[in-house]
Design a protein around this ligand. Structure first.
Ligand code: 13P
Length: 249
């Protein structure tokens, strides 16, 4: 039995005051057990969030693959550990599209995250063009194989994949629960081929892309979908609380 996850990706949103307000508002209303609730926030907010939150676990949205050095503007795994951050999103499609993140850098970052015992949330997903050309599985296969090339997984409970079809992100047009399940099932098959069933059956696979309080219950109830990575709806306190409850179906 995989424990469900509700992970918010705030992207480049919220000031310190708004972030603290969110924690104070949301935490008392959260289910205490049976769901891992995570907020992935801008780096500048991480320390305050770690300090203030008791139930919510804190994640970064990116991480450099080096321990330290001349990488202006970057945040290292050493710094995330020092801040007591637990999770880190890697390979989000916005970072792949706007900041030149490649399968090779995602691979290096996964290795680094695991070395530092940070829990990676690895994002994969196809464009609309690729889906319409019938290439979704090819894209997922390529991304998963390259992301996990040479990676050893000792604690599969600490590795998370997020299937985020790019055409569903921020568009208001979520994948159907069947489309999401089909892709998440395929991702699990890929993981079985690489790591064996004992490991793949314990890795949690999330769906992300225009999740809201109306569509999430149907999505989370699918067999291979263990939770959601939520953008827009994670910014609103009430919606976020509702979504965590949907995880306890
Ligand atoms: P939306 O929920 O706003 O579509 O964003 C999804 C996402 O990119 C989460 O990482």
């Amino acid at each position: 039995m995989r424990k469900p996850i509700l992970a918010g990706n705030w992207k480049m949103n919220k000031t310190r005051d708004a972030a603290i307000h969110f924690i104070l508002e949301v935490e008392p209303k959260l289910p205490k057990d049976n769901v891992d609730v995570i907020v992935c926030a801008p780096a500048i907010l991480l320390r305050d969030l770690v300090k203030r939150s008791e139930v919510i676990k804190v994640g970064a949205q990116n991480m450099n693959e080096h321990d330290s050095g001349a990488y202006t503007g970057e945040i290292s795994p050493v710094m995330l550990k020092d801040t007591k951050v637990e999770y880190v999103i890697l390979g989000h499609s916005e970072r792949r599209a706007y900041y030149n993140e490649t399968d090779a850098t995602v691979n290096a970052k996964i290795k680094k995250a695991l070395e530092f015992e940070l829990k990676p949330i690895v994002c994969v997903g196809e464009t609309l063009e690729q889906r319409e050309a019938g290439k979704t599985n090819d894209v997922l296969s390529n991304q998963i194989k390259k992301a996990f090339d040479g990676v050893t997984i000792e604690n599969p409970e600490n590795v998370i994949i997020a299937y985020e079809p790019i055409w569903a992100i921020g568009t208001g047009k979520s994948a159907t629960s069947k489309e999401a399940q089909d892709s998440c099932k395929y991702i699990r098959e890929l993981l079985t081929n690489i790591f064996g069933e004992n490991i793949s059956s314990k890795i949690r696979i999330l769906y992300g892309g225009s999740i809201n309080v109306k569509n999430f219950k149907d999505i989370i109830s699918q067999e291979d979908i263990d939770g959601g990575l939520v953008g827009g709806s994670s910014l609103k306190e009430d919606d976020f609380v509702e979504l965590t409850k949907d995880c306890l179906y």
